[in-house]
Structures are given as C-alpha cells and as structure tokens.
Design a protein around this ligand. Structure first.
Ligand code: AMP
Length: 542
C-alpha cells in the first residue's frame, strides 16, 4: 500500500520561491568586484533569478544544458544558482584558481554552453575562449557601461543588460527531482579532474541537513558569511540552506584578506562564518596584530582541511567563538560530519573537550560511515582502530560525470581516500589522506598530528608534514614550516617542542623553513607540489 501524500518534487526553484514569500525582506549583502557594497533582498534575488531563466530561454538553451560560472561569492552568482538550476539547466561552477589550460579542459569536458564571468576573470576568459569549443555565449557579470570595447570575445553580453531586458514573470518548470542541477569538478591531484553531478533531490536533502541544529544551525535570525567560495562545492550548500531558512547572506566577493573579512563580519553583524583554515589563519593574525575583537560572531565553521588545535583555542579562549569543525568532500555535496559536542562532553575539562573538538565530528543524518582495514573488513568504533573511511547516502555520488574512471563504489560505499578513526559516540577523526600517511617502520604516522603540534608553536604560521624515503624505516616525517612575520625559531627548538607531546618515533626527523607552502585552488596545502619543491632534499642520516 502506498502512502497517500502529495508527491511534490524536491526542486531548487522552490527554495527561492519560499524565500521570496516568507523572507522577502531578508537581506543579501555583497562586496562587489567593483569594490563597493551591494545590498538587496530575497525578493530581488527571486525577481532577477526569473529574469535569468527567461534570458536562458531566450538563448534557446535546452533542459540539462550546462551554464558555467567563473565568479566570486556575490549576488549575481546567487541569481545564477537559482535561475540556471531552477529552469532545468545545470550550473557548472568553474574554479578560477585553476590554470587556464585546466579551465578550458574542464569547460570542454562539461560541454558548457554559456559562460558567465566576473570582470576580474576577463584575462582567463580571453586566454581560453578560443579553445572552449562548446561555449556559444559569454556573459560578463557587470553593467553594460563596464564592458570594455575590445575584449576579442565574440558576442560578449553584459549580464545587467542581458537580464534587464527580460520579463520578471516566469513559471518555474516542474520535472523529476533526480534531474541534474549543478556540477563541480574535483581538484584532480592525480589524473584529469572528475565531476560530481548533483541533482535537485540531493541538493535539497543536503540543504535540509546543513541547516540542522547539529550541523550549521541556520535560521532567519542568523547572518551567514560563506567565505568558502561558491565555486567550491556550492559554498558547502550555504546559498541553498540560507534561502531555505531565510538567513541573511553576506558575500565577501574577491576580498578574502584578514582585514576585509573582519570588517565585513563587524559591519554586517555576521553571526556565523564558514571557510577553510587558511582564511581564518589570515583573519586571526590580522586581529591579533591590531588587537581587535568580534562583537556579533558566535560561531565559525571550519573545514576543507584539518583545523589546527591552536586555531580552535584562539577562537574559543581568546574570542569566545565556537568552532564547528566539519568534514566533507566534493563527492559528498560536501557535508559529511560536523563536530558539535554532546551534553556528556560539556562537563569535561578543557583538555578533554579539545580532544573531541579536534575530531571532524558526528555523521549527520543521511550520511552513513564505516572504516575498514586493508582486506575491507569493518573496524570497531573505539576511537583507536584506524582504516579507510567509506560513506554512503543520498547526497554522495554514485559515479562521476560521463562515467569517468568507472564505478567508484565498493559494495555500494564510496571510498573517501581518507584514513580515520570513529569513537563509540560516532565522532570521526581523520588521521590523514591515505596518500599523505607516513609509513615508518611498519607503523603509520598521521601527518595532521605532526602539523598540529608545530602549529601550536608561537613562531609558526603554517606547517606541512611529508614523508621522506628512508633506507631503514621506509619513510620518515619532516616538517616544512613558514615562520610568522618577525618571529624566530630554530630547527632544534622546534624539534624539542615535540618532546612529551607525541611518541618519540613520531617526532619529525627534520625541519625545513620555507617562504610559503604551496596551496591548491581550494586553499588546501598541496603536498605533491611541496614534495616537488623538496625533491633535492636529503634526510639527515639517510
Ligand atoms: P574536496 O573534495 O576538494 O573538498 O576535498 C575533500 C578532502 O578534503 C577530504 O577527503 C579530506 O581529505 C579533506 N578534508 C575536508 N575537510 C576536512 C577536515 N575538516 N579535516 C581534515 N581533512 C578534511
């Protein structure tokens, strides 16, 4: 017997319809590429998203055609999120931090038909448009009078005149909720990048999950600053969850430095911000050097790479801000876990609490996890056994776009490539990416653990641990360190700093001081590049 309930499809267009009707006055504030602050409401987003949909119809785009963006976090990008997906096309957020060759390769692979771009990315578009064989229309996200005359890009449209000519009336179509809504390519550290192709259903279910109190806890009373880019896994789904809850949205545009982010948090009374550790590192340094304090921020969601304990302490102890450590990946839409303490943890002393906070957190409803050993046998949830982390759920990929690389699933589970423990309360902790784990004398050393200790040293701004070949131990860890400006620490002092904080055999064999650690297109440390930089390095005693 079937239930007798209405069978409405879960569609992205319903989010913006809801936000318009119930939170029409809710604010969206954007720092623009033009440098100024732009301010409008969900009602305006809804109106202009309908104009985007009409404009796409005008270009005769078909259902599921890909519309690419090369854009910062901002209101026009938000309108494309709803206008493109809502009208049945697929939003493809290109990552502008990639090399133009990769951008062109990805645009061709995705078979993008339209490319909408912020003017700051005009040089990339100039460099690639001749090679993007499927893109028929180029749209610059600006007013008509900001369009340079001689771009060389055929038929270049200005977004404002393109949508400005359109009717603001549009009936969002209804279709199968399993239809593709957006896509995002993985960073592709090995081989060509592969795309996760999200559906309306997966995006909507993920949006519900992101908004839950034990995830990011969004509501109409919150003001959210997604520093995480809209070109990286849909800014962790925040644009959708914000519309679902009516939360005020604040977009940083291209200004991602510590001062700009801090100023925006203060001027817009942001209550919750989300981003990768490198962004918060910059902001904390700026605040520390200028002796600043937050007046409205309550919590910050940190994910994308492991959050160092020193960062959790700084936010928590120095500024009274709750850090929510979260984990996920492009293939997971991205949210998998978030680290919110349970009642039982609240009475713990600060050292014990910190041990929990450092974990990547509990699986949110909808994400099933397990850890397995080398033979694929499931390991216990005891917080000690570590193994390959596998996940399954309705917003986790079943395969990559165009079936690239064959089926990634193992008995229905997606192997994350992360190595983790899970404790009896269900808190998962990443010990490493499987390719970054250091194998020393038959034992595994977590590069994250080694980095976290270095990061707690007051002179260290950033640290990356990699394994170096060793004739006896197979591999030994070394740590590459960027010093804070004006701070000093010697190799010997830093190695001594590890004493008593970890097992002796896990202490790095050497410290290499570098000017910068290579960062990838999504702000994560690129250990493969670091290994290339240190290819002539010789381990002491090796
Ligand atoms: P991406 O698909 O580019 O978002 O990368 C996903 C990968 O980033 C995961 O598989 C993890 O290796 C890493 N990652 C994401 N969040 C965290 C976190 N909180 N701690 C440690 N690693 C993380």
């Amino acid at each position: 017997m079937l239930g007798l309930m209405q069978n409405h499809q879960l569609l992205i267009s319903t989010l913006i319809e809801f936000a318009e009707r119930h939170h029409g006055e809710g604010e969206i504030v954007s720092r623009r590429v033009e440098g100024d602050i732009h301010r409008y409401t969900y009602k305006d987003v809804a109106t202009r998203s309908r104009q985007v949909a009409n404009a796409l119809d005008g270009l005769k785009l078909q259902f599921s055609d890909r519309v690419a963006t090369l854009a910062w976090n901002g209101y026009r990008h938000l309108e494309l999120y709803f206008g493109v997906s809502g009208s049945g096309r697929v939003l493809h957020t290109l990552n502008p931090r990639l090399h133009p060759d990769q951008v062109a390769w990805i645009a061709n692979h995705a078979e993008d038909t339209v490319l909408c771009f912020d003017m700051s990315f005009l040089p990339i578009v100039k460099a690639v448009h001749g090679r993007c064989t499927t893109i028929k229309h180029y749209v610059a996200l600006c007013d008509a009078d900001k369009l340079p005359a001689d771009t060389g890009i055929p038929g270049l449209l200005s977004y404002e005149s393109w949508i400005g000519e359109q009717s603001s009336k549009y009936q969002w179509p209804s279709f199968d909720e399993n239809s593709a809504s957006s896509m995002c390519y993985t960073s592709g550290t090995t081989g060509n990048p592969k795309a996760a192709l999200y559906s309306h259903r997966s995006t909507m279910l993920h949006a519900f999950a992101v908004a839950l109190p034990d995830s990011l806890s969004l509501s109409a009373r919150e003001c959210i600053l997604p520093v995480v880019p809209m070109f990286h896994v849909n800014a962790w789904g925040l644009p959708y969850s914000a519309a679902m809850t009516g939360a005020k949205l604040v977009f940083p545009g291209p200004a991602m430095d510590g001062k700009s982010i801090f100023d925006l948090i203060e001027s817009e009374k942001v209550s919750c911000a989300a981003g990768v550790p490198t962004i918060w590192q910059m902001m904390l340094s700026y605040m520390q050097s200028n002796k600043l304090r937050f007046s409205t921020l309550k919590r910050t969601v940190i994910g994308g790479s492991a959050c160092p304990p020193a960062m959790i302490t700084a936010f928590n102890d120095d500024y009274g801000i709750e850090v929510i450590h979260a984990w996920g990946m492009t293939e997971m839409s991205p949210l998998g876990t978030s680290c919110i303490l349970k009642n039982k943890h609240l009475s713990m002393n600060s050292e014990e609490k910190m041990k929990v906070r450092l974990k990547q957190g509990r699986g949110i409803f909808g994400v099933d996890m397990k850890i397995v050993d080398g033979k694929g046998d499931e390991l216990p949830w005891d917080g000690k056994a570590y193994g390959d982390l596998l996940v399954k759920g309705p917003w986790i990929i079943s395969e990559y776009f165009k079936g690239e690389g064959g089926s990634p699933l193992v008995d229905g589970w997606f192997p994350t490539g992360d190595v983790a423990t899970i404790d009896a309360d269900g808190y998962m902790q990443i010990t490493d990416r499987s390719k970054d784990v250091i194998k020393s004398g038959g034992e595994w050393i977590s590069s994250i653990d080694v980095e976290n200790i270095a990061m707690a040293h007051p002179a260290v701004a950033m640290a990356a641990c990699i394994g170096m070949k060793h004739p006896k131990w197979d591999e030994r860890p070394i740590i590459a360190v960027v010093k804070k400006p004006g701070a000093e620490v010697s190799r010997e002092e830093l190695i001594a700093f590890y004493e008593g904080k970890t097992a002796k055999w896990q202490i790095p064999d050497d410290v290499v001081f570098v000017d910068a650690i290579p960062l990838g297109a999504t702000g994560k440390m690129q250990k493969s590049k670091l290994r290339d930089l240190l290819k002539d390095y010789k381990l002491p005693g090796a």
